[in-house]
Design a protein around this ligand. Structure first.
Ligand code: PEP
Ligand code: MN
Length: 337
């Protein structure tokens, strides 16, 4: 159930509705907006009666929500959500460029890539310290040592860092170092991890599972939001299909589909979405044209020697050239870079 308050309603009216929800043993989630405040209700076992809330002063309407997600729904918040991380805005007209290596491999490699992407105009540094690898024999990441290297790169470049938390055991350590916690495609439906991310005081980048529908992606975001963390942005990173000419099939229609159903920002990762260096720039340009709120791009200074995902990494000079195109397209579609 979603309670929509009247425009210009008083704080007391909002507090009264929240108290009423809590008195029923339910959880109230206020969702402020510029034109109206909504209050999501969760914790009910069965349907609630709108009339019970509509009699309260200041309530405009009570809507039984039709989708299985409430807090992240467009019904809950009509305007686009904007997240601010270390002074950098994502969403609602602001494009976020996240770039860096697939994995943190060494101090030298991370600093070299961090400086290169910074000077090309990236806003965030990415890099995995905990790597979800298909083979147990592949490089698994430098773990805590990797987080320390990222922190050093942030110190040197000023770029906030985004890095993946792989499990509930290590997420708190990741949250200590990272500006944004990434939850990867393979963990999109790791519900204990989502709940724990919802209790961390850090924004979360939630990547779409490789065979997840948009509804499932938004349900996973709802897990995070329902624990009290509304700082969520989503990422389309390609899905499994019958096609073999790319590593995954980048589903750019996910961008308008998410925007219709949810107020959360959505970015696109054409690196994992294609798996091929030659396709990263064309699809990055397309993603911005289609309305994505940001891009996540893998960059490596020596891709032939990369410990993971070398074939999809852009060279620093290629990333710099892409940034020029992105600025031009962003201007046409009215986005701030
Ligand atoms: C990554 O971004 O480092 C990653 C592992 O991507 P995904 O979870 O989308 O496969
Ligand atoms: Mn990768």
């Amino acid at each position: 159930m979603l309670i929509v308050m009247q425009q210009g309603v008083s704080e007391e009216d909002i507090a009264r509705v929240i108290a009423r929800i809590q008195a029923m043993g339910l959880i109230a989630h206020p969702i402020p907006g510029s034109s109206r405040t909504a209050i999501g209700i969760t914790g009910n076992k069965g349907p609630l009666s709108p009339a019970e809330f509509e009699i309260l002063p200041g309530v405009k309407t009570a809507i039984p929500v039709t989708q299985p997600f409430i807090l992240v729904s467009r019904e809950a918040r009509r305007e686009d959500t904007q997240i601010t991380i270390a002074g950098r805005k994502i969403g609602a007209g602001h494009l976020a460029i996240i770039a860096g290596p697939c994995a943190v491999e060494s101090v030298e490699q991370t600093l070299a890539v961090a400086h290169a992407v910074k000077s090309a105009g990236a806003h965030f540094l990415r890099g995995g310290a905990f790597k979800p690898r298909t083979s147990p024999y592949s490089f698994q990441g430098l773990e805590k040592e990797g987080l320390k290297i990222l922190a050093r790169a942030r110190e040197e470049t000023g770029l906030p860092i985004i890095t993946e938390a792989l499990d509930t055991e290590s997420i708190e350590m990741v949250a200590e170092f990272a500006d944004v916690i990434q939850i990867g495609a393979r963990n999109m439906q790791n519900f204990p991890l989502l709940k724990k991310a919802g209790r961390c005081r850090r924004p979360v980048l939630l990547k779409r599972g490789m065979s997840a529908t948009i509804e499932e992606l938004l349900m996973s975001a709802e897990y995070i939001a329902s624990e009290g963390n509304g700082g969520i942005f989503l990422c389309e990173r390609g899905i499994r299909s019958f096609s073999t000419h790319t590593r995954n099939t980048l589903d750019l229609s996910a961008v308008p589909a998410v925007k219709a159903a949810s107020h959360l920002p959505i970015i696109v990762d054409p690196s994992h979405g294609t798996g091929m260096r030659s396709m990263v720039a064309p699809l990055a340009r397309a993603a911005v044209a289609v309305g994505a709120d940001g891009l996540m791009i893998e960059v490596h200074d020596n891709p032939e020697r990369a410990l993971s995902d070398g074939p999809q990494a852009l060279l620093p000079a290629q990333f710099e050239a892409l940034m020029k195109d992105i600025r031009a397209i962003a201007e046409i579609v009215g986005l701030e870079v």
